[in-house]
Design a protein around this ligand. Structure first.
Ligand SMILES: *[C@@H]1O[C@H](CO)[C@@H](O)[C@H](O)[C@H]1NC(C)=O
Ligand SMILES: *[C@@H]1O[C@H](CO)[C@@H](O)[C@H](O)[C@H]1NC(C)=O
Ligand SMILES: *[C@@H]1O[C@H](CO)[C@@H](O)[C@H](O)[C@H]1NC(C)=O
Ligand SMILES: *[C@@H]1O[C@H](CO)[C@@H](O)[C@H](O)[C@H]1NC(C)=O
Length: 389
């Protein structure tokens, strides 16, 4: 971790050399002046991590933090006072994340307060390019020929972030993206900054407990794209032979407003949370929104264990739990008759609630927070293999 810190960035080399010189000076001073206050060294040590200008030397300071044998290297001015250091810490710049393109053109406000993320400055001001610690790109808005990407050379400390919330089937590959980015921010849990579409999170004590909405339908589905090649459409076509499915949405020739969505979904015992394509961790709001509305999701997407990485095992029905659509239909018809059995799918609601993410904003804020904690060299080499491979 340590030695590379001084090798790959030239300003760093200069900085490291200065540190070395100062180190010799300090050691000299220690021995030259027998009254040197060792307590001060301790306080420098504590402040050392924060004292350095943010991007330039945090890594160096952290490395040295653990190297207690050469504490004086940490501080170039052993005569400075604590007050002085406070001034220096406050002058340390916030982490800047430059939003190069608004995801799908959708703008969001630039404050990260709702996530309790501080000292982050999100901006879309491209004149800050040379200062930005990170630059945030959204895959679907990147031009195939990269004509809308930065033209200026990348500052050595700057990280480029590739974000994408679409499945590989819904996002075209761009070969030139290999060896271009430093970080990934997607729904996939093996991203540098994973941002799933939603969360099941613990209830706080003051939150109201769950109340099951009144039900007058058994199974519902709202869908806009009825592409016959989609796995979900094939499954639907089989399932509907054995059980009545209340189907809505553009796919069935009617648009559904947000208000209608809530009314419909909450009045159904089960909802078909069928993803449009099946990929690792690709679990969207189609799962989380019905759960928020009090419907039990029947999921079609990645495997059950993959879902269980996101939500509790007892809070959903997976189509793979059954050997055929008919068997699933039989189970649903049984649950329709046995309310205590049906209610077991809501056990989680006594301890958890579901929330969906703030699209774009949550990605950007979490990226900024990540940048604060990771100063080290990072690179995404074969993005295409990782994502589409
Ligand atoms: C640090 O403190 C010294 C004296 O205490 C003062 O002369 C100097 O200007 C201060 N430096 C800064 C950066 O405030
Ligand atoms: C943010 O911090 C406050 C105070 O520490 C806390 O009450 C709140 O729950 C936190 N919010 C989040 C989203 O973590
Ligand atoms: C309903 O399910 C419960 C288990 O949750 C079971 O004990 C009970 O016998 C079932 N009732 C009927 C009518 O099948
Ligand atoms: C970011 O990635 C590029 C391309 O792989 C690389 O040249 C650069 O050194 C990386 N920068 C950081 C700060 O990791």
């Amino acid at each position: 971790m340590s030695s590379s810190a001084c090798q790959w960035i030239s300003p760093r080399s200069i900085f490291c050399s200065s540190l070395l010189v100062l180190c010799f000076l300090s050691i000299f001073l220690i021995y030259y002046n027998p009254d040197f206050n060792y307590a001060n060294v301790g306080s420098y040590l504590e402040r050392g991590r924060q004292f350095c200008p943010t991007m330039l030397c945090t890594e160096k300071a952290q490395t040295q933090d653990s190297d207690q044998n050469s504490p004086t290297e940490l501080h170039p001015h052993p005569s400075d006072t604590q007050e002085n250091q406070t001034i220096a810490v406050d002058a340390e710049p916030d982490t800047i994340l430059l939003i190069w393109m608004w995801p799908f053109g959708y703008r969001f406000d630039l404050s990260c307060n709702i996530f309790n993320i501080t000292r982050c400055r999100l901006t879309d001001d491209k004149t800050l390019y040379h200062k930005a610690h990170g630059v945030f790109f959204h895959h679907r808005d990147i031009n195939y020929n990269l004509v809308n990407m930065p033209k200026e050379p990348r500052p050595s400390f700057q990280k480029w972030v590739w974000s994408n919330m679409e499945s590989p089937a819904n996002a075209g590959q761009i070969p030139k993206l290999n060896d271009l980015f430093n970080l990934t921010c997607t729904y996939r849990l093996d991203s540098n900054i994973p941002v799933p579409y939603g969360y099941q999170m613990p209830l706080t004590s003051k939150e109201e407990s769950f109340k099951l909405p009144a039900k007058d339908k058994l199974v519902c589905w709202i869908v806009s794209n009825l592409n016959a090649n989609h796995e979900r459409v094939k499954f639907y076509n089989e399932l509907k032979k054995y059980i009545k499915i209340h189907a809505y949405g553009k796919g069935f020739g009617q648009r559904i407003s947000d208000e209608d969505y809530s009314k419909i979904v909450s009045s159904c015992k089960f909802y078909l949370s069928f993803e449009n394509s099946i990929y690792k961790d690709y679990i969207t709001e189609k799962l989380y929104k019905p759960m928020m509305k009090g419907s039990v999701p029947i999921v079609l997407g990645p495997s059950r264990p993959s879902y269980e990485n996101h939500i509790r095992a007892d809070s959903f029905i997976h189509v793979n739990d059954f050997s055929s659509p008919k068997e699933l239909a039989d189970r649903l018809l049984y649950l329709d008759q046995n309310n205590s059995e049906y209610m077991r799918y809501f056990t989680w609601t006594s301890k958890f609630k579901v929330r969906t993410i703030h699209f774009g904003k949550e990605h950007a804020c979490k990226t900024c927070s990540y940048l604060q904690k990771h100063r080290e060299y990072q690179a995404v080499h074969d993005l295409n293999k990782w994502y589409w491979g």
